[in-house]
Ligand binder design. Sequence first.
Ligand code: ITT
Length: 188
Amino acid sequence: MKVTFITGNQHKVKEARGIFQQFDIRLEQVDLGYPEIQGELTDVACYGAKYAAKKLGKPVIVEDAGLFIKALEWFPGTYSSYVQSTLGNEGILKLMKNVHDRYAEFRSVIGFATPKTEPEIFLGVVGGNIAHHEKGKRGFAYDPLFKPESCDLTFGELTIEKKNELSHRRRSMESFAHWYEDFVENKD
Ligand code: ITT
């Protein structure tokens, strides 16, 4: 089975290829760019998938993800891209100075659409805590800040295989993959 992943983020592609291995799904990446409307992750993923499927004339997935920190009223959330490229991880750590409750979630929403069908949505969430300092050189973006539940290391300290066992992306992509197996089987 093949599916086209619309993204400009090579880290996501690498992680997705690892996750899809066990499902026999081959991923083609297209860095098409799509209008990121302002809204919930689900709105962005729906709109993006529909737009890209129409534009390319084939089935596609897009992913919208973000880091949601409870003590900051779930900031940066849907502003994660903007905040990563402006405040960065150091800026987040400043906002979290002297904050005791460090609970946060990484959320991932996959939108799947074909030129003829309405988007399907798959959600993945992992809870965890914001570390007091950046730790680890693996992963990308917010990874050195985030310690997933039941793990003493940040995503930035984990191998890609280990991150792929625990991550929000694993959860959303796995739930998409199960659904996609049936979709492909029943298509004709
Ligand atoms: P797309 O082309 O797929 O949109 P993107 O990097 O813009 O790639 P998102 O909008 O989904 O991705 O992500 C919002 C921000 O959150 C962005 O700065 C990402 O780098 C970051 N992010 C997403 N997933 C992450 C993960 O697993 N670990 C760390 N940071 C992540």
